[in-house]
Design a protein around this ligand. Structure first.
Ligand code: ADP
Ligand code: MG
Length: 445
């Protein structure tokens, strides 16, 4: 588990890049990480003023960075003058002021402007965009589904931001279905069901319910949600939901509710392809005010393929690593720093050889032969180089797989390609194309 101080350093790096240095120093110097346990991260703040300021300006970015760095959802708690206080960003009461301030609980970064559109999410983006422009009318409800870390929450919240930008009086409520469930249980326990019901049915113009799959088998909460849904929908209020599965595939959800989910528009998000991943990396770096060399971007995009949150986690980790080492970020540093981010698919020697043979239209046996013409020797060297860089196999193992050659042949090939890569644009491009091809094909297996 990541250490409290390391996680906090990551937060400081991210915040620093988006804040004026004087403000950063004066405010963040009085904030200290206290503990990280059971998905809760507690920070201690010396002054109520700073606590308030963090709540309003930095709460989401801190929570977000912590979650990405740790690879799990983290809840941020602020302890001020000995009182531990859970910050729920919606309708938070400022300490000392006892006055309600109406802030939305949307993550300020989850805007359409910060969302990279690719083949994998184009439809979802278009539907979400239309809903944000014309809430309650374009697609209602809008149901977005797809795997973890692919941008569902981002798109959903972007709808809220866009709608508020057009009409600042709109009341947008973002809630995870897990929280909806807990609030419902609390309401029953405290005999405040009527208040709960009333809050959702009359206090919300746009309801964003995240990860609806959590309601599976929670019959009572589903019933409550069903009525909330109907009440809001009848009044033309926009409802957006996300889930890890399509409504049809959802298990343990009542059919009348599934039927409601299917009333409007259903869109899915797929894993981004290589180009989109690179574009996302560029976008994130732009937000952090950072630049990486292209080979580092490509390395990241190749290494982490189907979870954008993990890509962000890797960027943050790398930025933190570089700042601790106080060295510029290089490909070597990225490899060293991210060596634990093991790809979920194993690239084999055989697979690389097949991909290279296919690329150069060679016979299956050519790479393993001793044939010397350049049309075969050069692809063989490229293949050896890729085997060395994309697998953990030893030189001897690689040499064996090329028809029982000597390990010095592999070493020679690797050195030669390494050099050629820096001098010759064609070789560089061929390597990038081959790496992408190998990784994309492995992913599809
Ligand atoms: P999900 O809800 O699908 O699990 P999130 O919406 O929380 O995923 O996205 C995870 C992270 O990846 C967020 O920080 C989000 O900003 C980022 N992200 C995902 N897709 C994109 C994209 N297409 N462009 C920019 N950032 C993205
Ligand atoms: Mg989400």
């Amino acid at each position: 588990m990541a250490n409290c101080q390391i996680l906090w350093n990551n937060v400081l790096n991210v915040v620093k890049s988006s804040t004026n240095e004087a403000i950063f120093k004066s405010f963040f110097s009085v904030v200290h990480p206290l503990s990280y346990d059971d998905n809760k991260f507690i920070i201690k703040v010396d002054s109520p003023l700073v606590a308030d300021w963090i709540k309003q300006k930095y709460f989401s970015i801190i929570e977000d960075t912590l979650s990405k760095s740790a690879g799990e959802n983290i809840q941020l708690l602020i302890q001020c003058e000995g009182i531990q206080e859970e910050i729920i960003t919606s309708n938070t009461i400022s300490p000392g002021k006892k006055k309600k301030i109406h802030v939305t609980n949307l993550n300020p970064n989850f805007l359409f402007n910060n969302f990279v559109i690719g083949n994998s999410n184009q439809m979802a983006h278009a539907a979400a965009y239309a809903s944000g422009q014309n809430p309650g009318h374009a697609y209602n409800p809008l149901f977005i589904y797809g795997g973890v870390g692919l941008g569902k929450t981002h798109l959903m919240q972007a709808i809220g931001h866009a709608a508020i930008a057009k009409n600042k009086d709109l009341k947008v409520l973002y809630i995870s279905s897990e929280k909806f469930l807990n609030q419902y249980i609390d309401a029953i326990q405290n005999n405040t069901s009527a208040k709960f019901r009333n809050y959702y049915r009359s206090n919300v113009d746009i309801l964003l319910v995240d990860d609806i799959q959590f309601l599976s088998k929670k019959v009572g909460t589903q019933e409550e949600f069903f009525h909330t849904f109907n009440a809001l929908h009848n009044e033309g209020k926009q409802i957006v939901m996300t889930s890890d599965k399509s409504p049809k595939e959802l298990k343990g959800i009542e059919s009348r509710l599934v039927n409601r989910f299917e009333w409007g528009m259903i869109v899915d998000i797929q894993s981004p392809d290589f180009e989109t991943r690179v574009a996302i990396i560029h976008k994130k770096l732009e937000q952090y005010g950072q630049i990486f060399d292209e080979d580092v971007c490509f390395y990241l995009a190749n290494k982490i393929r189907n979870d954008v949150r993990k890509i962000e986690g890797a960027i943050i980790k790398l930025l933190g690593y570089a700042s601790i080492k106080n060295e510029p970020i290089s490909l070597e540093m990225a490899k060293e720093c991210l060596k634990d981010y093991v790809s979920s698919h194993i690239v084999t020697l055989d697979f690389i050889q097949k991909s290279v043979s296919e690329f150069f239209a060679l016979n299956d046996t050519d790479l393993k032969s001793n044939k010397r013409p350049k049309s075969i020797a050069y692809p063989r060297q490229l293949a050896m180089y890729l085997c060395r860089n994309m697998t953990n196999s030893s030189l001897t193992e690689i040499a064996q797989s090329f028809g029982g050659k000597d390990h010095t042949t592999v070493l020679y090939a690797c050195r030669k390609i390494e050099k050629k890569k820096t001098e010759d644009e064609i070789t560089k491009q061929q390597l990038l194309t081959l790496e992408k091809k190998i990784i994309d094909n492995i992913q599809m297996m």
